[in-house]
Write a protein that binds this ligand. Structure first.
Ligand SMILES: [Zn+2]
Ligand SMILES: [Zn+2]
Length: 339
């Protein structure tokens, strides 16, 4: 089979490899489409270190080729890229996303930028026809957002504000809308993303550079501030803004990954407002059926989040395109060419 292999930082090569041979309890999947994530870009550029050679990609969709007593051949499936051991303390607590013996496909083991992959049967989930091949890789991104919102208390009528409207922020808005959030507020510098957010259900959108942002948000939320603020930019200053905007007694979901180890935050407000901050990581098996239902029913729309589609042969160009500002999701089409 063909596989796109990262041989060194920023160096990809189309390799011809033997097909993976599925072990006991595993399923072989013919991959049809993949999504490119910011994590792929970070690995490609060397910001996240991996052992080379490595096949990237953890947003995967395809058809079951064969399985050890599991899904029938031809079944359309998305793949959970998180592997866990099933026997450690965290797995026994259901915190499989934190398993210290676990691995992420496409980072710690070879992933989805290839024609085939073998994964445990328990890591594949059938998707309905209403989720097209092109959008299906986005289901994995949606599971991570679903996991993040599970611990955020959103009851119908609670106000939710999302800071940062990239792919994840736009998914968060739609999940919050499905949960009955009102008003639903999106904040981003990008005028085109504000427009897209409104078409996907945001009641109000603002530019973070607006010097009256705090007043406008307070005005829209009974003078209090939003019940829940979802930080989806991964920056210290955005977290600081979230602390400033959320209502006293409110909840902040720190969804964006902040890698800085220092920065200015209004720590006293954490106390004064008695805030709760959760910092969710990855997703759990329970998030796949929920995400598939949200996307399959149309309550979360994935197609508007796709910026472009590239053939597997142009993975390098596709990863570079992901780095351009304004780009949302880039999809790789594996083309169905078998070798
Ligand atoms: Zn990802
Ligand atoms: Zn474990």
């Amino acid at each position: 089979m063909r596989a796109v292999v990262l041989e060194a930082d920023r160096s990809l090569r189309m390799d011809d490899r033997p097909d993976p041979s599925p072990g006991r309890g595993e399923v072989l999947v013919d991959l049809a489409t993949s999504g490119i994530c910011g994590t792929d870009l970070s690995i490609y550029s060397g910001k996240i270190a991996v052992r080379h050679p490595r096949v990237l990609g953890h947003e995967m969709f395809g058809h079951v080729a064969s399985s050890d007593g599991g899904a029938a051949a031809g079944t359309r499936v998305v793949i959970d890229p998180v592997l866990s051991c099933g026997v450690c303390y965290w797995c026994s607590k259901g915190q499989t996303n934190l398993c210290p013996n676990g691995a992420l496909l496409g980072r710690d083991r070879d992933g989805g930028f290839a024609e085939r992959i073998a994964v445990p049967q328990s890591n594949v989930y059938e998707v309905p026809a209403s989720i097209s091949d092109e959008v299906a890789p986005l289901v994995q991104v949606l599971t991570v957002c679903v996991h993040a919102q599970r611990d955020a208390p959103v009851f119908p009528g609670d106000s939710v504000l999302v800071l940062g409207l990239g792919v994840s922020g736009l998914l968060h808005l739609q999940i919050a809308r499905a949960r009955g959030a009102a008003p639903l507020i999106g904040v981003t510098r990008s005028a085109s993303k504000r427009e897209l957010a409104e078409s996907l259900g945001a009641d109000l959108t603002f530019d973070p550079g607006d010097s009256h942002l705090g007043e406008r948000v307070a005005e829209a939320t009974g003078g209090r501030g939003p019940d829940v603020v979802i930080e989806s930019a991964g920056r210290v200053e955005t977290l600081a803004a979230a602390i400033g905007l959320v209502r006293p007694g409110g909840h902040i979901v720190l969804f964006g990954t902040i890698t800085e180890d220092r920065g200015a935050l209004p720590f006293y407000s954490l106390y004064l407002k008695e805030l709760t901050i959760t910092n969710p990581r990855a997703a759990k098996p329970e998030d796949f059926p929920a995400a598939i239902d949200l996307a399959g029913s149309g309550r979360v729309r994935l197609a508007p989040l796709i910026s472009d589609t590239f053939p597997l042969e142009e993975t390098g160009a596709a990863i570079e395109a992901t780095a351009e500002s304004g780009t949302l999701k880039i999809i790789l089409d594996h083309g169905g060419v078998r070798s």
